[in-house]
Design a binder for this molecule. Structure first.
Ligand SMILES: C[S@@+](CC[C@H](N)C(=O)[O-])C[C@H]1O[C@@H](n2cnc3c(N)ncnc32)[C@H](O)[C@@H]1O
Length: 205
């Protein structure tokens, strides 16, 4: 079991001079209550990000099978998916060790056992798996090359007919991202728009 103090210990082991500050977000997603521990240096410490919320509120989940939340942060998207459909097995991944430890802690806090959290770059931690759905609020701050790699790399871990659903600020990649989607999946649609964000969706043929 991951404990919050482990998050701090691991963090201090990596960067001993930095101070870790924890937070707790209490919120509702699709009408259900959730609590998420957050910590400094993890995305959106004070509240569930508006893009995250739009993805969670609009995501279409398979009836069963494997779902991936790539770039999970403290785990809101993947934990919500695992809560909304307990028949799914949801894998959450992030490059950030503190995010991974928080996501594990948050899975326990929200009483979901149909999840696992793995650390690593993009699809490297899940290269042996095949998903029925890939969800992401991608790391735009890491650069559009990383976002593009996240889109293009998804196809290799997706089953036929699996969906890829990614939230993005509406202003970002308006022209370029549809091309990357079409080149990767052969199709593209906007499945939700709200609060300056849009959800870009594709289906693997
Ligand atoms: C915009 S945040 C979204 C976090 C979370 N999904 C949410 O919506 O709250 C993007 C996440 O991607 C992670 N990330 C950045 N580069 C990555 C990479 N190369 N591979 C995997 N995750 C990465 C960051 O650590 C961060 O947690």
């Amino acid at each position: 079991m991951t404990k919050l103090k482990d998050v701090a210990e691991h963090y201090y082991a990596a960067q001993p001079k930095s101070e870790v500050k924890f937070g707790l977000i209490q919120t509702r997603l699709r009408g259900k209550p959730f609590e998420f521990f957050t910590a400094s240096s993890v995305f959106s410490v004070k509240r569930v990000d508006l893009g995250t919320r739009l993805l969670v509120e609009s995501m279409e989940l398979p009836e069963s099978g494997l779902v991936l939340d790539v770039g999970c942060g403290y785990g809101a998207v993947g934990i919500a998916a695992a809560t909304f459909n307990r028949k799914l097995h949801v894998v959450l991944t992030d490059v950030n060790r503190r995010a991974v430890l928080l996501a594990r802690q948050n899975a326990e806090r929200n009483k979901v056992s149909n999840v696992e959290v793995r650390q690593g770059n993009l699809y490297e931690p899940v290269a042996e798996l095949t998903f029925n759905c890939v969800l992401s609020n991608p790391p735009v701050s890491a650069g559009m090359k990383t976002v593009e790699a996240l889109i293009r790399g998804a196809a290799a871990v997706m089953a036929s007919k699996a969906t890829f659903q990614m939230v993005m600020r509406s202003k970002i990649g308006k022209k370029t991202l549809p091309h990357v989607f079409v080149e990767t999946f052969g199709n593209f649609k906007i499945s939700a728009i709200e609060s300056g964000y849009r959800v870009l969706t594709a289906k693997k043929q």
